[in-house]
Design a binder for this molecule. Structure first.
Ligand code: 0O2
Length: 206
């Protein structure tokens, strides 16, 4: 079985680095493209389920399953997603293997998100190891949809009834329209958030 400790290490390191980027933005600029960062190592039972589903032999899981280490970056606006992706491209602490734009090419389920697959060097007691990790970048609205769809998929063991699938697809479009509408008033929203941020920090000084 895959030895998961390096994956845990990568998830923790990526979370620290991405949260560091968010803090820098909060200090230096009026708007951070990063709202929140989460991460997880795929549980062994899910790794085995996925390997079975996708016919991945056990000795090829590490090369072929790209999301054993997964980090999620959630942002407010769709164009924040592309800013984060280009910041990731500019970094030198890992290599980008692949980018999957499920926003321009949404999945059949209605899923939208931007995935960046990275090859991350991690120091272990046996020397350096390169671990593949998936960074999912999505808006709050995309995350709301994906989280609910994920729960339904779990409940129905991947066989969501057709009527619910239809509603989910409609909900995915509604979530995307929300993102589009918010994009149109992005400047207004950001200015309001900046004013509120200033008000709060002045109040804390008193
Ligand atoms: P979990 O429980 O999140 O770990 P495939 O599974 O074949 O569609 P592949 O090749 O593994 O896709 O890579 P891809 O497309 O980058 O998807 C990997 C992860 O993206 C998934 O992991 C989900 O987290 C997320 N994802 C992809 N498609 C969907 C979708 O339709 N709905 C939701 N809610 N999430 C999706 P896992 O292993 O499926 O699940």
């Amino acid at each position: 079985m895959v030895f998961l400790a390096p994956y845990t290490q990568v998830v923790e390191e990526l979370k620290v680095k991405l949260r560091g980027m968010r803090s820098q933005y909060e200090i230096e600029s009026s708007h951070s493209p990063i709202e929140l960062v989460t991460g997880r190592v795929k549980p062994v039972s899910s790794i085995l389920d996925k390997a079975r589903r996708k016919n991945i032999p056990h000795d090829q899981i590490e090369e072929e399953m790209q999301d054993i280490a997964g980090v999620r970056v959630v942002c407010q606006f769709v164009d924040d997603i592309y800013s984060i992706a280009s910041m990731l491209r500019a970094r030198h602490d890992f290599d980008i293997l692949e980018e999957k734009d499920y926003i321009k090419n949404k999945k059949n389920s209605g899923y939208r998100s931007y995935h960046v697959i990275v090859r991350y060097p991690v120091a272990t007691i046996h020397g350096e190891k390169h671990v593949i990790a998936e960074i999912q970048i999505r808006t709050l609205a995309m995350n709301f949809w994906a989280t609910n769809e994920h729960s339904l998929n779990y409940k129905y063991a991947g066989q969501i009834p057709e009527n619910i699938q239809t509603r989910l697809k409609r909900a995915a479009e509604a979530a995307f329209r929300l993102d589009e509408e918010m994009a149109k008033i992005k400047d207004e929203v950001q200015e309001a958030q900046w004013i509120f941020h200033q008000y709060k920090s002045n109040a804390n000084k008193k």
